[in-house]
Design a binder for this molecule. Sequence first.
Ligand SMILES: Nc1ncnc2c1ncn2[C@@H]1O[C@H](COP(=O)(O)OP(=O)(O)OP(=O)(O)O)[C@@H](O)[C@H]1O
Length: 256
Amino acid sequence: MTQTAATTEESTGPPAAAAVEDVRKIYGRGDSRVAALDGVSLAVPQGRLTAVMGPSGSGKSTLMHCMAGLDTVTSGRVVLGGTDLTGLGERALTRLRRDRVGFVFQAFNLVPTLTALENITLPSDIAGRRPDRDWLDRVIDAVGLRDRLGHRPSELSGGQQQRVACARALAARPDIVFADEPTGNLDTASGREVLGLLRDAAHLHGQTTVMVTHDPAAASYADLVVFLADGRVAGRLADPDADTILERMKSAGSPA
Ligand SMILES: Nc1ncnc2c1ncn2[C@@H]1O[C@H](COP(=O)(O)OP(=O)(O)OP(=O)(O)O)[C@@H](O)[C@H]1O
């Protein structure tokens, strides 16, 4: 693996936990050619919650997948925790995702036959690692699921299931967590719980997290909001409130 310093565009603030530099991702050829990412540069600050917003088709999921090593870029560079992902083979990418990245998706993706606790420790079990017991306890308390650990997913509410999914992502202490519409399937109250959890994980425990969302209220939990449009970065807002985010979305002329 090539080790390089993660670069950051900002001269102040925390160092970048991840960065993309002039990334292009082209799908298809000829008439069906789509530039899903068209020269994106972005630094994800360490220990912060970053939201990525933008209209449907603007490249949010593609960006997240490329940053997480789930997809490769056509050109440009992706650096994660000092490792240049560009040019890594599938085995190395698999190892990197397993060891250094946590995922929270809209569909909770819990294993239905396992209990909440078994789901939370599954990634460490698969990797053959013993989970850090103290940390696991803290994560379980943070997600407020201590009295539900023996329940199977079908015995949990949507919000509880997503909190299990968050705990699963946090338990392995990954360098970075990627959350794709983590509150998309949740009612407002459950969504707030999950967002508060992700924000606390960043602020109290230094967990770097990138979250894709369409929802200005959800994005207002973030320390930094990055707007995409047509595969490009169309703006950034630091410490935004929901109204400012909504204004920005309106002025971009394209509802997310
Ligand atoms: N596997 C693929 N093959 C071809 N085109 C693709 C593929 N994946 C994405 N695209 C195209 O790339 C562009 C960006 O898609 P992407 O899913 O990243 O957008 P998004 O902002 O996440 O959208 P949404 O909010 O609707 O999920 C779209 O035009 C999409 O049709």
